[in-house]
Design a protein around this ligand. Structure first.
Ligand SMILES: Nc1ncnc2c1ncn2[C@@H]1O[C@H](COP(=O)(O)OP(=O)(O)OP(=O)(O)O)[C@@H](O)[C@H]1O
Length: 241
């Protein structure tokens, strides 16, 4: 579905990304982990067409989208809901921009997300975790087939974060949209993903790609299993060497 071929990017003299090639298959959940400043957000901006690469190409469903925007849906670190729109109006925004509005589906999805009582409320009336659920539903219901999620749970406390990870999986496992997910957390990447791409820094290159073997559906017990810890150790080893 998404393919990057030899993508490089510099800002002035500083080369941030060097020859990045990766792919995300249809329905696949792929995480990108790497040290702070390695260029993960830059990579997202390139895929989203907000920046252009110095070299390389980006394809979505076989069509070149290098330097083009509007082809992917995006969920940022902060929910970025419009304060003057109600929750349901915020969810419908992604569809409105593409000229397709399905009120019933948006309402059903919000109910499924446990937000049925607040569809006519405004963002300031919701907790941080609730707002992120709304942002995720909005991205999920946008017509684009690939979602980019940029550390969507980093601003949440540990309890809410674990809940949100389980919640996201329960919804995504039904929809199976393709997701590219940025995180600093190895646990989060292992729990959620089919594949983990590990980036190095200065400039970022792909250090390794790990295929995550855990079967789906996954539940919270997986996080405490011996197998999970072994895979975590394997990833830490890759990051350190
Ligand atoms: N518009 C820009 N102009 C100049 N330098 C930039 C620009 N955007 C990013 N950079 C630099 O590129 C490097 C990578 O930044 P980027 O935000 O992509 O990293 P990151 O991996 O997402 O970091 P973090 O995990 O801390 O969010 C940094 O050194 C940053 O200072």
């Amino acid at each position: 579905m998404l393919e990057l071929r030899h993508v490089s990017k510099s800002f002035g003299q500083k080369q941030v990304l060097q020859e990045i090639s990766l792919h995300v298959a249809s329905g696949e959940f792929v995480s990108l982990i790497g040290p702070s400043g390695s260029g993960k957000s830059t990579l997202f901006n390139l895929i989203g067409g907000l920046l252009g690469p110095d070299a390389g190409e980006i394809y979505l469903n076989g069509e070149e989208i290098t330097n083009k925007h509007g082809f992917i849906s995006y969920m940022p670190q902060q929910a970025s809901l419009f304060p003057w729109r109600t929750i349901i109006e915020n969810v419908l925004l992604g569809q409105e921009l593409q000229g397709k509005k399905d009120y019933e589906l948006a309402e059903a999805m919000l109910e499924r997300a446990g937000l049925g009582d607040v569809i006519h409320a405004y963002p300031h009336e919701l907790s941080g975790g609730m707002k992120q659920r709304v942002a995720f539903i909005r991205a999920l219901l946008s017509p684009q087939s690939l979602m980019l999620l940029d550390e969507p749970f980093s601003a949440l406390d540990e309890f809410t974060r674990t809940d949100m990870q389980k919640w996201l999986l329960s919804i995504w496992e039904d929809y199976e949209q393709s997701i590219l997910f940025i995180t600093h957390s190895i646990d989060e990447a292992l729990f959620l993903s089919d594949k983990i791409i590990i980036l190095s820094v200065n400039p970022a290159e792909i250090k390794d790609v790990i295929e995550v073997p855990f079967i789906r559906p996954r539940d919270g017990d997986l996080l405490l299993s011996e197998e999970f810890l072994q895979w975590k150790k394997k990833i830490i080893d890759v990051i350190q060497f």
